[in-house]
Design a binder for this molecule. Structure first.
Ligand code: ADP
Length: 492
């Protein structure tokens, strides 16, 4: 098949979270299965590999005529196409920033340009065209694409056999606004019904995700747990009824990980500053070396036997950073070290810095977005904490397990799917889970984890070994995506 993945971010060029990782790696796995695959993303900065291919197009956005330029490169079997426009330029540090209308205009332009890529952008000299073509759009930012495909093409007897899949990575962000926002999106009047949603909090409003979910031929979300939660009023954030009505086209597929990028044996961030690459065979020496290097780099006392606990993620309500904060006084009595890496809400960033000042010999709060530090913390920590209130899939717990770092997680969404709780009687499981987003539950789970770390070395090694030997690659997930591609195309 010809597959075009359209996403607002794509690692390594742009990334604020899991979506960037998925857009960078799922396409490669689909290409390995023999499909012709392209990724389309905005060009936020000057990227090294993609070249201007000399194609210019103009699109109307809110009455303004805007020129876009297409850049292209081919890596690991995938065509990467970047759309350049003044609206995207120089916002790489804040790609979802600006006013509601600014973001809406950016995403409109992006979707209008992306839906035409198969006609105007030659890859390897040949445009994709509409033969056997399926678009995979991601989250609300590109949820207009299935709508434009329908309104501009299929309603007019064009691209009749092209299909679209919309992937929900996080339902909490939906592109909501007043109903009048419809006037901006450049669609025939009767399309307004797709966007209108009545919300108990805000009343009737305009909702881009709602329109995308209705217009897409298939909908995927990033874990089984989350696909269930999305149908509940707590988990669906107002869209649960639409998801329930569209259940027939809905599937949950757990994300994979890029096993080249996130592999302790090949990790390029572990080749200097005292870190070292390691595998299951060299875990005994390699991981302690990484732990010592991390302690040294962070200026923490280098203590091999003191458990080092890591947290990596956006600092917001979703990630449960406040639960960790509540548990900090207890943790500080346990002779542990804690390192937290994140950016986000200013009050939480301030809190991280305060913890570091208050407990300078035990806590480091690294405020910033550093891919290198994310890799080093994953390798050097013994334990990774993920107390997320909700977590569609979660990638950090998967990375942690690949590095022999044991996860302690709130059993929700993808975390529940991927971290089977440790069972000391059968020596099975992958980490510790707690069933309610409360500090006392986190403390209970972490307490058991620390006890096992200190007293039951064999059990600990078993947890590490089971984590490291899982097949977490994209290959399995890509097979599942392929089933959805086929269903979108042929099962009606
Ligand atoms: P989400 O997409 O909800 O943010 P995920 O766990 O799915 O959460 O993915 C988060 C991704 O972003 C991971 O690759 C993680 O390592 C990365 N990440 C999050 N915060 C930071 C940060 N401050 N520095 C570097 N990488 C980060």
């Amino acid at each position: 098949m010809n597959v075009i993945v359209v996403a607002a971010e794509c690692a390594p060029w742009s990334k604020t979270g899991g979506l960037g990782d998925v857009a960078g790696s799922l396409p490669k796995a689909l290409a390995r299965r023999g499909h012709r695959v392209m990724v389309v993303a905005p060009r936020y900065g000057n990227y090294a590999e993609p070249q201007d291919i000399g194609v210019r197009k103009r699109y109307k956005v809110d009455g303004q005529d805007i020129e876009v330029t297409y850049f292209q490169t081919y890596i690991d079997g995938v065509d990467f196409v970047f759309i350049e426009s003044p609206l995207f330029r120089h916002i790489e540090g804040d790609i979802y920033g600006g006013s509601r209308l600014d973001i809406l205009k950016r995403m409109m332009l992006f979707c209008k340009a992306a839906v035409e890529v198969p006609w105007y952008v030659p890859c390897g000299g040949v445009c994709y065209g509409d033969g056997n073509l399926v678009f995979i759009a991601n989250d609300w930012h590109t949820a207009l694409l299935p709508v434009y495909l329908k309104a501009y093409y299929r309603d007019n007897g064009l691209m009749e056999f092209t299909r679209s899949i919309l992937v929900i990575h996080n339902i909490a962000h939906q592109g909501r606004g007043p109903v009048d926002d419809f006037l901006h999106v450049d669609l025939p009047g009767h399309y307004i019904d797709l966007f209108k949603l009545h919300d108990p909090v805000g009343g009737e409003h305009f909702n881009i995700f709602a329109a995308g979910l209705k217009a897409a031929d298939r909908v995927v979300t990033v874990s089984h747990g989350y696909s269930w939660e999305l149908k509940t009023s707590e988990g669906g954030w107002g869209l649960h009824n639409i998801i329930k009505e569209n259940d027939w086209k809905f599937s949950g597929i757990v994300n994979g990980i890029d096993t080249k990028e996130w592999n302790p044996l090949f990790d390029v961030h572990l080749t200097s500053d005292g870190y070292t690459n390691y595998s299951l065979e060299t875990l005994h020496t390699g991981k302690p070396q990484c732990k010592a290097a991390l302690q040294k780099e962070l200026g923490l006392p280098v203590q091999p036997d003191v458990p080092l606990i890591g947290f990596i993620g956006r600092l917001d309500q979703q990630k449960g950073v406040d639960l960790i904060a509540e548990a900090v006084p207890w943790m500080m009595d346990q002779n542990v070290q804690l390192v937290m890496l994140g950016t986000g809400r200013q009050d939480l960033e301030k809190m991280l810095r305060q913890f570091e000042n208050q407990y300078h010999d035990k806590i480091r709060g690294w405020v910033g977005f550093s891919v290198k530090m994310a890799h080093r913390i994953t390798a050097g920590s013994d334990i990774l904490l993920m107390p997320s209130r909700f977590e569609p899939c979660g990638l950090n717990q998967l990375y942690a397990m690949m590095y022999g770092t044991v996860p302690v997680v709130h059993a929700v969404g993808g975390l529940r799917d991927t971290v089977q709780p440790f069972d000391p009687f059968h020596e099975s499981g992958l980490g510790w889970t707690f069933d309610c987003a409360e500090a006392s539950k986190l403390i209970h789970a972490l307490g058991n984890c620390l006890w096992t770390y200190r007293e039951y070395k064999n059990s600990w090694e078993g947890l590490q070994r089971r984590g490291m030997t899982q097949d977490l690659s994209w290959d399995h997930a890509a097979e599942k995506y392929e089933e959805v591609l086929v269903a979108a195309k042929y099962q009606w």
